[in-house]
Design a protein around this ligand. Structure first.
Ligand code: DGP
Ligand code: NA
Ligand code: NA
Length: 203
């Protein structure tokens, strides 16, 4: 049986990366073949350009960086498909939903933003780590990277709302770390057995 493709989304500061790591560890401890995948993958050629853009050491046109983020996902698809068919469960820290939410929040056309990611692998579930902006700011404020500003993050949250459908599961990220972890683990354990790997996101 193939593994599940599990996407985790949320605004910055929602604890997403920490929770993804912990989820993978927990699944592995329970004997599941699980692996962490992170987008953007900053190690590849496109990833290095994205990294420099995010650290504000380079400037790029909004459309151009959008396409780079999408390319960064596309270049990983064959490998991910292969892993899924080998039975690996993939926990994916950000995906095309971040792609659309962040670029649309900057003012790019929402439908245009979806275009480049149409056809990516379809996740079995999207977990959304939900946190209000006030709670996010209580966690020590945002960092130095390009998108870590209150106004933009508020808009990102609104764009995420437009992308949600019934395959999304909301997780209250204001709970304790243990509670968030348990909620995520429960969602994974309750997933139905997956069918064949599906390409065709947003088709
Ligand atoms: P992270 O490494 O998860 O902190 O992500 C870096 C930042 O980039 C974060 O502010 C979210 C943003 N981001 C992630 N994916 C995309 C994308 O596909 N497009 C755009 N424009 N921004 C993204
Ligand atoms: Na970040
Ligand atoms: Na993160």
């Amino acid at each position: 049986m193939r593994g599940h493709l599990i996407v985790v989304e949320g605004c910055d500061r929602s604890g997403k990366t920490t929770q993804c790591e912990r989820l993978v560890q927990s699944l592995q401890e329970h004997g599941k073949d699980a692996e962490l995948v992170k987008f953007p993958d900053r190690t590849t050629q496109t990833g290095k350009m994205i990294d420099s853009y995010l650290k504000q050491t380079s400037h790029l046109d909004d459309h151009a960086i959008h396409l780079l983020f999408s390319a960064n996902r596309w270049e990983a698809m064959d490998a991910l498909k292969e892993k899924l068919s080998q039975g690996k469960t993939l926990i994916v820290d950000r995906y095309a939903f971040s792609g659309v939410a962040f670029s649309a929040a900057k003012g790019l056309d929402f439908e245009w933003c979806r275009g480049p990611d149409v056809g990516l692998l379809v996740p079995d579930v999207v977990m959304f780590l939900d946190l209000t902006m006030d709670e996010a700011e209580k966690r020590g404020g945002f960092g130095e990277e390009r998108y870590e500003k209150r106004e933009l993050q508020m808009q990102v949250r609104k764009e995420f709302d437009k992308l949600m459908d019934d395959t999304w599961k909301m997780v209250d990220a204001s709970q304790t770390k243990d509670q968030v972890h348990t909620a995520m683990l429960t969602i994974v354990n309750e997933l139905p057995a997956p069918g064949p790997v599906r390409s065709g996101l947003w088709k």
